[in-house]
Design a protein around this ligand. Sequence first.
Ligand code: PGA
Length: 250
Amino acid sequence: MTPIKPLIAGNWKMNGLGAALNEANAFCAGFDAVLAERVDAMICPPATLLSRVAELLENTPITCGGQDCHENDEGAFTGDLSAPMIKDAGASAVILGHSERRTLHGETDALVQKKVLAAQKAGLQAIICVGETFVERDSGKTLERITAQLEGSLPEGVNQQNTVIAYEPVWAIGTGKIPNPEDIVEVHTLMRTRLTDRFGAQAAHIRLLYGGSLKPSNAQEILALEHVNGGLVGGASLKADDFLSICKAA
Ligand code: PGA
């Protein structure tokens, strides 16, 4: 099988005013052709910066993505953004089902699935997040949870172009804690198996990212693990140097 080119995606979350464009610029300057040959990079800024970041990344190999979208294309949904709007702002992807959306906004697997369909229809790649809580891991329910989230959040028609899956243990996000390498491999192997069972042999090429306290000091070890095809980076994506180090580690 041809090796999967890793993707490192930076999720800025609700961080960044105009000055954050300087970090994006510095990242671009450091992301040279040699690096671009080996790894794909993406920046997912807050919606207020999306079109400016997209403009800045024009004519670079770096892409940009949104952090969420509504399941409808348009309508009376004050404060929401649709997939076509995110595409129109210059994004090629959108993060969906992040644990902060699932927890703080009550998003269910069924809703995430509708959003994924909306993203697919708009021509956006969906970066779908799954992950267990600490209680679920502690009680031996991790694999069951991941299986249920994959089953519930993924619609039909998933392939390597329109979908990326990010395994993000909820207890590892922003905490500095990371799972043991064996535990990451166990979940990623499970995801690969479930995906190929449901979507056939082509699903062997879908990128599986790890996310949760990924930083320069642990990136090399984690990104070298079996079935880990890149990372979804929160805090460490806000600093150009750290984000570049993680790209180099891939
Ligand atoms: P973190 O966040 O890298 O700050 O832990 C990752 C994420 O939520 O995507």
